[in-house]
Design a binder for this molecule. Sequence first.
Ligand code: FES
Length: 86
Amino acid sequence: MKERNKITICMGSSCFARGNRANLELLESFLETNDLRQAIDLTGSRCEQCCPRGPNIRIGETSYHGVDEGSLLDLLEALAAGPEEV
Ligand code: FES
């Protein structure tokens, strides 16, 4: 895993209502369970300017759209496995 990976979760009303509320809980739980709090810089944004494609989450410079809990878990597991995986 990179020294400090950045995850930005869109907390705008559209993304939040359509799934990022649950995704945020999953994210926080995953980071806690896997002792990744120090390795991941988790921040929120107000809007990623692509609401229709939400819920949106950015990992590093890559944006992911239509993220549900299943796809988020896949992304997090790949991220935890190593930088080549995401
Ligand atoms: S509210 Fe998430 S992209 Fe606009």
